[in-house]
Write a protein that binds this ligand. Sequence first.
Ligand SMILES: Nc1ncnc2c1ncn2[C@@H]1O[C@H](COP(=O)(O)OP(=O)(O)OP(=O)(O)O)[C@@H](O)[C@H]1O
Length: 298
Amino acid sequence: MTKGIEQETRPGQGAATVAALRTPVQPAAGRGAALRVEGAGISFGDFRAVQGIDLDIPAGEFLCLLGPSGCGKSTLLSAMAGFIQVSEGTLTADGAPVSGPDPELGMVFQSSEALFDWMTVQQNVTFGPRMRGRSRAEQNRVADEFLGLVGLRHCADRYPGQLSGGMRQRVQIARVLANEPGVVLMDEPFGALDAQTRQVLQQETARIWSASGCTVVFVTHDIDEAILLADRVAVMTAGPAASIKSLYTVDLPRPRDESDPAALRLRNQLREDIGEEVRKAMRDQGLDDQLDREAKNA
Ligand SMILES: Nc1ncnc2c1ncn2[C@@H]1O[C@H](COP(=O)(O)OP(=O)(O)OP(=O)(O)O)[C@@H](O)[C@H]1O
């Protein structure tokens, strides 16, 4: 076994390998809120999407959620945002049950259609504070601070339709941060962007996270993105009734170097871990035989 990496098995999850590099997470200083998910299940009618989810996310942590397509990552994130309720178990933010949408729990969506197209960038960013009756001076301060943080002060008077995809995602991030949330939930926020823009925004996200001190839960399909950003990576099992299969602590200095041998080892472990779940999902759907046949015929 590689020095410094321990194997661990989570109860009830077979022989999942957990690479636990034993350095404790160092939360960024600031205003993060702790999220705790205990025995959580989420059902849609008779369909149980996730089940028995246990996750303890300390204030200020950056946690990435990975797993096969359709396993329930967005469902879990939506519950953390208060958009849907857990059907069983509990979900709390700083000890208070999450019972509905709350400015304390900000969501950044994959699609920047979430922006209000008829409002300027500044009006989008100050929407939350305006709704909460903050003074004009306070709104201006917030716009200045958070547009500055995402490098878009010069675009304050433009409309979203006049911006690139990457710029619109930055506006989304600024709009969420303007509510000064304890938790920022990000659902594949860079999934629709080209590789270069994605890389820039990943670096910016790491910088913004460390400056804001908030807790981040970030859903992605991209293993490298998770290694670049996360304090810990949670891998979900294939659904239905998906749960957390394994948790990896990413004990690498920031900014991260993708070519670091420890990063490469972790990438291989994650790939193997997720690949196992993808193959399981394909077997369950009877797709593995079909793919084998296609491979033979190719
Ligand atoms: N509102 C809903 N009603 C019924 N089923 C739903 C609903 N939302 C999600 N599901 C189902 O729950 C399961 C998990 O979906 P979810 O979108 O959370 O997965 P995901 O891991 O985020 O997927 P992907 O990686 O492809 O984005 C899927 O089987 C999906 O069809």
